[in-house]
Design a protein around this ligand. Structure first.
Ligand code: NDP
Length: 239
């Protein structure tokens, strides 16, 4: 199937990497279902996209959000082919001083919501005999350091979960993979900077969200026989 004929759900589309993925796919003609909590940001994005799109302002961790997204896609476009699980938050905290409620929220958004979304869309994709699920992981899935133990753990879990899902869906026409960004300049670091943290080797992240969107596009543009299971995109200057 040509990408231009497809419909994609993009979570966390109101800023950063999700917004860049939406722009990249829309430029190819992909019709979009965009979701995040900030309705104004989604509406502003949708207004600038070249292909048709609809928006849903919702908390991704709400149990009914995946089914609502599926219903919206079918109602608006009559089909859905791609799920990009991108929504995520970054809570940096040492475990002995962490706010446990913040860590639980990160678990709900960065992992539980991906499992729920994958559950709903994998069933739909399997039944229709084709589809793609791409989960936005992180370079942090492979390394861990002080204050990022829970974030890294969740992204590692996401990698392992995604591999298992790919194996489970092999032969069904449904392709599954992860894209793992290195440090990318997005709003995710605003909270950290507000607390005085330095982000990136010299304080300035070197990747642009468009770099990650290009990797997603590459995964989706492969022929049906090829499943790009994982792409790690890191800064060329990051040590
Ligand atoms: P941003 O903060 O720019 O974007 C995060 C997106 O997630 C926003 O659209 C936000 O929308 C959405 N979101 C957050 N919480 C919720 C929620 N409870 N319900 C619905 N939507 C939610 O960060 P990035 O673009 O950097 O992050 C995107 C993904 O990339 C994340 O999974 C992150 O872990 C991953 N990543 C980022 C890296 C980086 O260096 N930037 C590196 C590695 C991975 P809203 O607030 O409107 O709800």
């Amino acid at each position: 199937m040509k990408l231009q004929d497809t419909v994609a759900i993009v979570t966390g589309a109101s800023s950063g990497i999700g917004e860049a993925i939406a722009r990249e796919l829309s430029a190819l003609g992909v019709r979009l279902v965009l979701t995040a909590r900030r309705e104004d940001r989604l509406a502003a994005l949708a207004a600038t996209l070249p292909s048709p799109s609809v928006t849903l302002a919702a908390a991704i961790e709400a149990p009914d959000t995946p089914a609502t997204l599926l219903g919206l896609a079918l109602e608006s476009f009559g089909r859905v082919d791609i799920l990009i699980n991108n929504a995520g938050i970054f809570v940096a905290a040492r475990i002995d001083t962490a706010d446990l409620d913040e860590l639980s929220q990160m678990t709900r958004v960065n992992f539980d919501a991906v499992v729920r979304g994958s559950y709903v869309l994998a069933r739909h994709f399997k039944a229709q005999g084709h589809g793609a699920i791409i989960n936005v992981s992180s370079v942090a899935a492979y390394i861990s350091s002080s204050s990022v133990g829970v974030y890294s753990g969740l992204k590692h879990a996401l990698e392992v979960f995604t591999s298992a899902l790919r194996v489970e869906l092999n032969g069904t026409g449904v392709r599954v993979g992860t894209v793992a960004p290195g440090t990318t300049e997005t709003e995710i670091f605003d909270k950290l900077r507000a607390r005085g943290a330095q982000v990136g080797a010299d304080g300035t992240p070197a990747l642009d969200p468009a770099d990650i969107a290009a990797a997603v596009r590459f995964m989706l543009e492969q022929p049906d026989r090829a499943n790009v299971a994982r792409i790690l995109v890191v800064s060329a200057s990051e040590s």
